[in-house]
Design a protein around this ligand. Structure first.
Ligand code: CA
Ligand code: CA
Length: 378
C-alpha cells in the first residue's frame, strides 16, 4: 500500500510541478507581451513626435529635409541618451527622469515611410492627367521583366492575368460604373501624359471577374480603404503583395502624383523613369544596364547629399541630375508631382525576450495636429 501511495503521489507531484512550470511560463509571456506592447507604443509615440516636427520643418524648408530619415527611432539610441556617460553628460540618466525612462527590459524600433513615395491606386479613377500616368507607373512597376514569372502561372482559380489585366481590374474595382472599361496599355506606353481617356466604358459586366469564384462577390465601386483590400482584386495574390504592397498606397491625395523627393527605393525610381516616353530606349533589355548604373549613381548622390547637408535634392535637382546622364522626366510629369508630404506610415516594434508586438499606423499631419487614419496591432 505504501509503494502504491508513493507511486501515485509521485505522479501527482510531477504533474503538478509541470503545470506550475507552464503557468509560470504563460505568466512570463503575458508579462512580456504587455511590456512589448508598451515598448511598441513608445516607438510609435516617438515616431509621431518626429513626424510632428517633420511638418514644421517642411514649412520652413519646402520638404527637402527628411527628419524621419535622419533620426533613427531606436531604443538603443534612447538608452544611450538616458544612461551611461552620455546620460550623465546630458543630465538625463534614467533614474533621475520621472517614470525612470531608460533602464527598461527589451527594445523597440520603428520605421517611417512617406506615403507620398508610393503609388496611390485610388488615383486610377482620378482625373485623366493623373489616372493615365498612375496606370502607366503601375504597369512599369509590375510589368518589369523580373516579375514576369509571377504572371506566367495561373492563379488558384486557374485564371491567367497580365499586368494590364490587374491595372484594369483595380480601376473597375473603384470606378462607379459596373461595366468593364477598355484599356489600351500600348497607347498609354506611347504617351501617358496625353489628355486622351485611358479607361473608356465598355459593355461586359465587371462582376464576371468574381462571379465564378467559390465565394462570389461584387466590385466595390468605391475607393480602396486599405492596401490589404487589393487582395480582393483579380490577379492580386500573396506573391503580388509581397513584391508590391510596400510600393502602393490608398492614403494620399488621388489628384496628385507622388512626391519624388521622398523616393529612395530604386525599384520605384526605375518605374518612374520607365514611365517617361523619352526614356523608352533605356527601358529595353539593351538599355537597362546603363539605366541601372545611372540609378545607382543617383542614390549615391542622394545619400551623400543627405549625409553632408541633411537635405535631399528637390525635383529640379533630380531632373538636372538625370538629364546630365541621359534619362529625363517629362515636364507634364513634373508639373503634377505632389509638392508636399503630409501622410506617413509607421511600423513600430517592441520586443521583450521572445515576444514581439508590431503596431502599424498611418498618420496625417494636419494644420491643427495629427490624425491617425489607420491603426493595427499585430
Ligand atoms: Ca466599377
Ligand atoms: Ca468600370
Amino acid at each position: 500500500m505504501v509503494l502504491v501511495t508513493v507511486a501515485i503521489l509521485t505522479a501527482i507531484v510531477v504533474d503538478f510541478a509541470y503545470r506550475v512550470r507552464i503557468d509560470v511560463q504563460v505568466a512570463a509571456n503575458v508579462r512580456d507581451r504587455v511590456r512589448a506592447y508598451y515598448l511598441a507604443r513608445s516607438a510609435m509615440n516617438l515616431s509621431r513626435l518626429v513626424l510632428f516636427f517633420q511638418g514644421q520643418v517642411d514649412r520652413l524648408t519646402g520638404g527637402v529635409v527628411k527628419l524621419y530619415q535622419l533620426i533613427p527611432i531606436e531604443s538603443d539610441l534612447a538608452k544611450a541618451l538616458t544612461s551611461g556617460e552620455l546620460g550623465q553628460a546630458l543630465g538625463t540618466e534614467g533614474s533621475e527622469l520621472p517614470g525612470g525612462f531608460g533602464p527598461f527590459t527589451g527594445s523597440f524600433h520603428a520605421e517611417i515611410t512617406d506615403e507620398y513615395s508610393k503609388i496611390n491606386v485610388n488615383a486610377l479613377d482620378s482625373i485623366t492627367s493623373i489616372a493615365a500616368p498612375v496606370a502607366g507607373q503601375i504597369l512599369a512597376l509590375i510589368g518589369g521583366p523580373r516579375y514576369a514569372p509571377m504572371f506566367e502561372e495561373p492563379d488558384a482559380d486557374g485564371q491567367y492575368t497580365t499586368p494590364a489585366d490587374v491595372v484594369l481590374a483595380m480601376h473597375d474595382w473603384i470606378d462607379a460604373d459596373t461595366t468593364q472599361d477598355s484599356f489600351n496599355p500600348e497607347v498609354l506606353a506611347a504617351d501617358p501624359f496625353s489628355q486622351s481617356l485611358v479607361f473608356t466604358p465598355g459593355t461586359a459586366a465587371e462582376d464576371s471577374r468574381y462571379d465564378m469564384l467559390d465565394d462570389p462577390y461584387q466590385n466595390k465601386n468605391d475607393p480602396f480603404f486599405s492596401v490589404d483590400e487589393l487582395y480582393l482584386v483579380r490577379g492580386v495574390d500573396d506573391d503580388f503583395m509581397d513584391a508590391f504592397a510596400d510600393k502602393l498606397t490608398v492614403y494620399t491625395d488621388p489628384a496628385l502624383l507622388l512626391n519624388i523627393t521622398s523616393v529612395n527605393d530604386p525599384v520605384m525610381m526605375l518605374s518612374l523613369l520607365c514611365l517617361q516616353p523619352e526614356n523608352a530606349a533605356l527601358c529595353t533589355e539593351q538599355g537597362l544596364p546603363q539605366l541601372l548604373e545611372v540609378l545607382s549613381l543617383f542614390f549615391e548622390f542622394r545619400n551623400l547629399m543627405q549625409l553632408t547637408t541633411f537635405t535631399v535634392p528637390n525635383k529640379d535637382a533630380i531632373q538636372a541630375f538625370f538629364q546630365g546622364l541621359g534619362p529625363s522626366f517629362s515636364p507634364y510629369f513634373l508639373k503634377n508631382l505632389a509638392p508636399f508630404s503630409d501622410t506617413f506610415s509607421v511600423a513600430a516594434t517592441g520586443e521583450v525576450g521572445e515576444v514581439a508586438v508590431k503596431l502599424r499606423a498611418v498618420l496625417k499631419n494636419t494644420g491643427s495636429g495629427q490624425e491617425i487614419i489607420y491603426w493595427r496591432e499585430e
